[in-house]
Design a binder for this molecule. Structure first.
Ligand SMILES: [Zn+2]
Length: 289
């Protein structure tokens, strides 16, 4: 089987629902994504590669819905394609977005209905729909506050926007006008608690979500691929602090190891909602009831 970007999928936790809302897809050369070795683990029955042998990642947002809130965790890439330049490569590597607003609309959610945006971190594929470059300082989600940790904000706020994987100047300007600080353990939305998970970026944050009938952990880019669940020592090319990222991955895989919490990997192909077992991360759709 070959991997595909995940479709719109819902997880009802009881009074709080998570919906994976696709924006697009991400194809990466395995040897570049994991520069310290990968072949054996990526082909180990995981179905994370496409027909050309490229690593497939989903890209989108997690919509959190409660009786009175519509909240997004991350915002995808935006309406654009970011080529990933690889000298001498003969296979296309890219991040492509564009579908988020349309997919939200199909769920009955208009941009003005979103009242908060929780950002795991500020990489380009997570802040892309905050605003439209041509619209200057007009926000896409006019009624939303943006929640970002202080460490993450300080790592990017003084940049010039020249880093291809970082936020663009108009995105930084929009966040600056309405930023709220995420701190470890804070609860920006009832039932959603911030979990400090630095390593991939300096102030990366995951979110623990609790409903009346279940729990989930939205891991952001603390884990990119099911291979990292089984092999938390894998280092992703974009990890700011490789040792810190590995320590965070180990802590998360230990935390979700008893299967009590649904592991939500927004970059995972095919299924972003999974339950972890000591030997395999099983797509939720394949679990026995
Ligand atoms: Zn990402």
């Amino acid at each position: 089987m070959t991997a595909s970007p995940a479709p719109t999928t819902q997880l009802d936790l009881g009074g709080i629902t998570l919906t994976y809302v696709p924006d697009g897809e991400f194809r990466a050369e395995p040897g570049i994504a994991y520069p310290h070795g990968h072949e054996d683990v990526l082909t180990d029955g995981l179905d994370v590669l496409d027909d050309d042998g490229m690593l497939v990642l989903s890209v989108g947002a997690i919509l959190v819905t409660t009786h009175d809130r519509r909240v997004l965790i991350d915002t995808g890439i935006g309406d654009r394609t970011i080529p990933l330049v690889r000298p001498g490569a003969d296979r296309d590597a890219f991040m492509r977005g564009g579908m988020l607003l349309e997919n939200l609309r199909a769920l009955g959610v208009r941009p003005e209905d979103v009242d908060a945006v929780l950002l795991t971190h500020l990489h380009a594929d997570h802040v892309g729909w905050i605003g439209d470059e041509s619209a200057g300082t007009a926000p896409t989600f006019p009624n939303a506050e943006y929640w970002v940790s202080d460490d993450e904000w300080e790592a990017w706020a003084d940049g010039d926007g020249a880093d291809a994987v970082g936020p663009r100047p108009h995105e930084l300007a929009l966040i600056a006008t309405r930023r709220r600080a995420l701190t470890d353990g804070c609860e920006p939305v009832d039932g959603v608690v911030a979990v400090a998970t630095a390593g991939h970026t300096p102030g990366h944050v995951a979110f623990a979500v609790r409903g009346s009938s279940g729990r989930a952990l939205v891991v952001g880019d603390a884990l990119h691929c099911p291979a990292e669940v089984l092999h938390p020592d894998l280092v992703w090319v974009g990890d700011h602090d490789p040792a810190g990222a590995v320590a965070t991955r180990r802590a998360i895989t230990e935390r979700v190891g008893d299967g009590a919490e649904v592991l939500v990997g927004p970059h995972f192909p095919d299924a972003v909602f999974r339950r972890y077992r000591p030997t395999v991360a099983v797509p939720l759709t394949e679990l026995a009831p």
